[in-house]
Design a binder for this molecule. Structure first.
Ligand code: PMP
Length: 310
């Protein structure tokens, strides 16, 4: 099921089936919508869900909203409370995906959102089981370029940006691959449609820099921290397309995709065709962290008691 019993909508919990809007509000009004994707993981003890880097996700939501001039009429604390309340109302007891989003309210027929237009804020959530996909995925460099900071900034997490990712995804699937890798307007590697990308070359973990046309990914920053703590050399720099073909390991990084090995790129096998040792190690580190086993970075974990009632 892709939903839960309750949704949080502009200050109160609402039954999922009643959370509707007028059809006229779907067009231009949603062009400006910004959102976040957050995961809550079942802790090892089974007693708590652990929201991963909630504050960082909320910060990014407000950054996206600021750039798009969408005024969110709630504080960070109020939205954090809303998310905790929603998980409790839904008696969430397994890995869960949480999506807060904000959009200008009303039947707006113009592209402009004048200052002072009220914004609706919605939080929905649904069960999302996690696990390592060792078999990985087949990726292909897209003929579509990533949107650019000069036109439709990829730093913003706006639904509109996913039009770009969708075009690339459709092309990749048409050609028999699983996921596209988009190049930026300088024809350097940027990211996938819903995840950042990293490679291992000669023992160094390399990922495109934050000016390469990427979302400021929280999984990417987590991975860089964990790998550096493990003693790996990490490098954020522009990455050429042909480096993808020479990489010893390649993987996507994202809240939903977590650590996803890439086993072929444009039909060329990466490494020995399964998850490489750095990818495997990163996965172990990431999962022991998000499930509270690592005993480190505890400030990144917000516990919510499992199965609690409102
Ligand atoms: N890039 C894009 C385009 C994304 O949609 C996502 C998913 N939010 C990411 C990168 C990864 O970001 P994060 O690790 O914060 O989920």
């Amino acid at each position: 099921m892709n939903s839960s019993e309750w949704i949080w909508r502009s200050g109160r919990l609402q039954p999922w089936g009643e959370a509707t809007i007028h059809v006229n509000a779907v067009g231009h009004a949603s062009v400006a919508a910004v959102f976040e994707g957050i995961k809550a993981y079942l802790a090892e003890d089974g007693e708590n869900l652990l929201l991963f880097r909630l504050e960082d996700h909320l910060d990014r939501l407000y950054h996206s909203a600021r750039i798009c001039r969408v005024e969110i009429p709630y504080t960070r604390d109020e939205l954090a409370e809303a998310i905790l309340g929603l998980l409790k109302a839904n008696r969430a007891s397994a890995d869960t995906y949480i999506r807060p989003w904000a959009f200008p309210e009303g039947l707006i027929r113009e592209q402009m959102v004048p200052a002072g237009v009220r914004c609706e804020v919605v939080v929905d959530s649904w069960p999302f089981q996690s696990g390592f996909k060792r078999e990985g995925c087949r990726a292909a460099v897209s003929s579509w370029l990533r949107v650019t900071d000069a036109s439709t900034p990829p730093r913003v997490k706006a639904f509109s940006n996913y039009h770009n990712g969708r075009l690339a995804l459709m092309e990749a699937r048409e050609n028999g691959h699983d996921w596209p890798i988009l190049l930026n307007e300088q024809h350097k590697v940027s990211e996938g449609p819903g995840a950042c990308i990293a490679m291992v070359r000669d023992g160094v973990v390399v990922t495109p820099s934050l000016s390469s046309g990427v979302l400021e990914s929280i999984t990417r920053s987590t991975a860089l921290t964990l790998l550096a703590e493990e003693g790996y050399e990490v490098d954020e720099r522009p990455v050429d397309r042909t480096e993808l073909y020479l990489a010893d390991e390649l993987f996507f990084l994202g809240t939903a995709w977590e650590v996803l090995p890439i086993t072929t790129v444009d039909g060329l096998r990466v490494g020995n065709g399964t998850a490489g040792p750095v990818t495997e190690r990163l996965y172990e580190l990431y999962f022991s962290l998000v499930r509270g086993r690592a005993g480190r970075h505890l400030s990144w974990l917000t516990p919510v008691p499992v199965g609690a009632h409102v």
